[in-house]
Design a protein around this ligand. Sequence first.
Ligand code: ZN
Length: 171
Amino acid sequence: MAQVKRCAVCGKFQKSTTIMVKHNDKEVCPVCAAKLNIAQEVITPGKKGVTKHQMIPAIKNNIDNVEVLKKLAKDYPTIFNGSVRYLHKAEKEKISEIFGSTEISQEQANLIKRLNPNRKGITYHQIINAVKEATTNNDKNMITLIKKYYNDLLNKCAKYMKKEYRVFAEV
Ligand SMILES: [Zn+2]
């Protein structure tokens, strides 16, 4: 018999493929987890703050949950980076897909949050939208950051952008 998954917050039954977020020994659906910012509680900092002993299993347990991973990377970038090397190859690839690299600085973590990756990570869609937004806001800093971290992706998707965005981004 297939295991029935039910969200402890909204009470809705979930598809068997849904990745649940563990929260106080209960399972919460990704929608509720994102709403409630539950990623924060994937790790409870101890006296020494957050350690790799906490971070590594937190990443592994949430490897399919982009929201949780983004939050972990943003809140604890140093420990997050230090933990990635202890992951399995497939897990590292997953991190790399989402963040574009396995070494994430605070600056990049902030950029990632602004780019708002989906389950497929950062794709043309996110980059094009970011350039569009940067053009509208005359935000050259955003372009500089995109070029620093996602230059390949930017160049590849440039042909799908309107001319005014390409001009602003100088691609
Ligand atoms: Zn729910």
